[in-house]
Design a protein around this ligand. Structure first.
Ligand SMILES: *Cc1c(COP(=O)(O)O)cnc(C)c1O
Length: 466
């Protein structure tokens, strides 16, 4: 039931805009945006009144509406894609942007994108060049691969390879490797769209070399191995190792491709994580083509990297679809700078945040936790209770699903707020702080918290517990 009296008291837009509460917003933000916020604020009140939920008299004043509109305008002006604090302990968190770029990668984006660049220009010859040459050299140098090609992401890399090498023909894959990676990337579906025909062999838990052997026919174009990424089969389980598959491929004149998923250039066993074959291992074992992501364990920007035989890479590169999957110049800049760091593996571990986080030992995390706890306790806020406890982190990015490196966690509690409410409040903080909820407790994992994040965490706790 509309309250005509309340409707007639709604302020006019001009009145709202003239309020002091909007002066700052009008000064700092585009006028059109503030106007839209003022209109929306009045419209919302009108709808409330029409629906019989008339707000209290005080909320209908021009001043009160202007204050609402100022908040709304700031909200509308805020970028949608924003930086945040990952306190979840999932290092390669796909929802949170996967990998934090190394300083060198950020600097390279800045250095090459505020001006024209030699993206597709050969400086020596003064003629047209190729964007693919910029990282091919350093990739060959680090991995020993014969040739390299980079595309938009690994999904694109796998699609391009299947489309180029196997359209209209068969690709043999183990039933234990027909994975869904998330974000609807499923090997059978990608295969279907590429025009290649999936020839499944083996059982979910066991595939033998003779399964592949028997499936080979004159229709076969490729033997494909897929990293099972985000899941693990335990118990009665067997897959064919890459060297065995390569030997079969050689014997029958068929190329072998390994979709490594995450792909890594350094041996993670050195950090106490399960041993994963590196990209170099896969190439040394004779894979004709390998594909992997740039932003998973590699710690670079989103990209799909293909390495292997020059003749196969050549076919992929010349495929007209490659143009639709091509890498952009911001990515290329960040990728080249990241790859350069791998020339010295120790430097890569120290300077690439993903590797640095994964390699941080428990004792170091405990020392950091103690220091952050001291700062939080020094706030002397009676409602804030913090303590350190032992827990585990996750690698994420569909890599090493069973690995759970020891970590130091902070449990944060604020009197009068449930853990769920605190989690939401930290998520709504000006620099959002994404935490873990576990059994009614709010936890922050020191492994993924950057030193630069501390000040915001302290400020948020201070504001929320005041
Ligand atoms: C992650 C992954 C992909 C997709 O890679 P994106 O870079 O996310 O496109 C493909 N295959 C495997 C095995 C993966 O783990």
């Amino acid at each position: 039931m509309a309250d005509q009296n309340a409707l007639s008291r709604l302020p006019k837009i001009d009145q709202v805009l003239a309020q002091a509460a909007l002066a700052e917003a009008l000064d700092q933000l585009p006028r059109a945006l503030v106007l839209r916020a003022a209109r929306q604020s009045v419209d919302q009140l009108r709808r409330d009144i029409i629906h019989g939920a008339a707000p209290p008299e005080a909320e209908l004043s021009a001043q009160a509406v202007a204050a609402r509109a100022a908040d709304l305008a700031r909200q509308m002006a805020r970028p949608s894609l924003r930086g945040l604090i990952n306190a979840t302990g999932v290092v390669v968190h796909t929802n949170l942007g996967r990998s934090v770029l190394a300083e060198q990668a950020i600097a390279r984006i800045v250095a090459t994108n505020g001006s024209y660049s030699n993206l597709e220009y050969n400086l020596e010859g003064g003629r047209r060049g190729s964007r693919y040459e910029h990282v091919a050299g350093v990739l060959r140098e680090i991995t020993g691969a014969e040739a390299a090609l980079v595309v938009n992401n690994n999904a694109a890399a796998v699609f391009l390879a299947l489309q180029s090498l196997a359209a209209g023909r068969e690709v043999i894959v183990s039933r234990g490797q027909l994975v869904e990676i998330g974000g609807s990337f499923r090997i059978p579906d990608v295969m279907a769209r590429s025009g290649a025909i999936l020839r499944e062999v083996g059982a979910t838990n066991k595939t033998h070399i003779h399964d592949y052997e028997r499936a080979i026919s004159d229709q076969t174009a490729l033997l494909l191995k897929v990293h099972t990424s985000n899941f693990a089969v335990v118990g009665f389980h067997q897959e064919v190792a890459l060297p065995e598959l390569v030997a079969l491929g050689r014997k029958r004149g068929l190329p072998v491709m390994d979709d490594l998923g995450s792909g890594c250039f350094v041996d993670l066993a050195a950090f106490g994580l399960p041993r994963e074959p590196t990209v170099q291992d896969a190439l040394a074992m004779g894979a004709d083509l390998v594909a992997f992501s740039g932003d998973k364990l590699l710690g670079g920007p989103q990209a799909g990297i293909l390495l292997g035989r020059a003749d196969l890479i050549g076919l992929l590169r010349q495929n007209p679809i490659n143009r639709a999957l091509r890498i952009d110049k911001l990515t290329l800049a960040a990728l080249e700078a990241t790859l350069e760091l791998y020339r010295d593996p120790q430097k890569a571990i120290e300077q690439i945040p993903t590797l640095r986080m994964l390699s941080t030992p428990y004792d170091e995390l405990a020392t950091r936790a103690a220091a952050l706890l001291r700062k939080l306790r020094a706030l002397k806020l009676p409602r804030l209770a913090v303590r350190g406890l032992r827990g585990t982190s996750l690698v994420g990015g569909g890599a090493l699903p069973l690995a759970a490196p020891d970590s130091r966690l902070l449990e944060v509690a604020i009197e009068g707020r449930s853990a769920t409410a605190l989690e939401a409040a930290l998520r709504a903080w000006r620099k959002p702080i994404i935490c873990r909820l576990d059994d009614g407790r709010l936890l922050m994992d020191m492994r993924t918290i950057l030193p630069a994040d501390w000040a915001e965490i302290i400020a948020a706790c201070k504001a929320l517990a005041a």
